[in-house]
Ligand binder design. Structure first.
Ligand SMILES: [Zn+2]
Length: 320
């Protein structure tokens, strides 16, 4: 199997931001963080129950994340010391995210209405409304906010944990156990027999929507073994060569999607119907019609926010 050249692989929109300096070496420097928290040029992203406020023009053709100043954040009663440092942008402005719980949002001046319109990041990604930079920053902020929301207690002794290192570590006050935000690896796979690719329709998908197949990497398993196991379980296909193409952070809540091409050694399908409602082989012409919204049966594929789209696009463009 000849997989496409990795250098020409189309980049997905989430995770394509390359101008953010994450400033990992400064996170534990309390003086540096305090000074950046106080600077007028620093920008703050507010997450309310993991959703984001946006500003759109009147015909909604343009949407931007709503960035706040420190003064605005303090007015909304958010505790500035709980801000997470996302990094510094290309203009050396520090970028922070602050998370409000639903109770804090209701208690804010003007109530939750003052924070609206609140939009889920997945919807924003699917609408392709934000710039790749804003989308990627929001993805880091959301992943961190979700991690803090579920790591408040120590998994070892049950004590309370407290945020450290500008939001990149939590420490148990009782036993000293430390916790760090993780990314869980998952595989996402373009299976091909050379002429066709295999796309599936999951029960949770919109009607007539088909995408590449995915699964979680288990402890003790490498990427290639995971691809072969998951694809055999879901479709009955025996996989030969597996080629890594690219990866994408997927902050729902904290996955790292590892995108691969996989060679199908067999083509007969035996579907795991509990999860996968349907899977079919599609030719390049089929996929082009699906991408253009012109497929005769009304089938569609993911938009360009996702690595699924990049994998499907790389199949369409291969050997063109
Ligand atoms: Zn503990």
């Amino acid at each position: 199997m000849d997989a496409p050249n990795q250098n020409s692989f189309p980049r997905p929109r989430i995770g394509s931001e390359r101008t953010l300096n994450r400033m990992a070496e400064k996170r534990a420097d309390k003086d540096w963080v305090a000074e950046r928290l106080g600077r007028e040029t620093s920008r703050f992203l507010l997450l309310t129950d993991l959703s984001l406020a946006v500003d759109s023009n009147t015909d909604k053709s343009e949407t931007n994340l709503r960035w706040h100043t420190r003064k605005e954040i303090e007015k909304l009663t958010a505790d500035i010391d709980t801000a997470y440092l996302l990094g510094c942008d290309a203009d050396d402005r520090a970028v922070f995210a602050v998370s409000l719980s639903p109770a804090q949002a209701v208690a804010a001046p003007g109530g939750i209405d003052a924070l609206k319109p609140l939009v889920d990041l997945r919807s924003l990604a699917m609408q392709e409304a934000l710039s790749p930079e804003d989308l990627s920053l929001a993805a880091v902020g959301r992943a961190l906010a979700a991690w803090h929301a579920t790591t408040k207690c120590c998994g070892r002794c049950g004590g309370h944990t407290r945020s450290r290192d500008a939001g990149w570590r939590r420490k148990c006050w009782a036993c000293g156990q430390e916790f760090f935000p993780r990314a869980d690896p998952a595989i996402i796979v373009l299976i091909t027999d050379g002429e066709r690719c295999l796309l599936g329709h999951h029960k949770r998908y919109a009607h007539k929507f088909y995408s590449t197949l995915a699964g979680f990497v288990e402890p003790g398993e490498d990427i290639e073994a995971c691809v072969r196991r998951e694809m055999r379980e879901e479709t009955g296909i025996t996989i030969g060569e597996v080629t890594y193409m690219a990866s994408q952070p997927w902050p729902f809540p904290h996955l790292l999607m590892v995108g691969c091409w996989a060679e199908a050694l067999t083509t007969e399908l035996t579907l795991e119907e509990e999860e996968l409602h349907d899977a079919r082989w599609f030719t390049r012409d089929d996929v082009l019609q699906m991408m253009a919204g012109e497929h005769p049966e009304g089938f569609s594929v993911p938009g360009n926010h996702s690595i699924a789209h990049s994998l499907i696009m790389s199949f369409v463009e291969k050997d063109k």
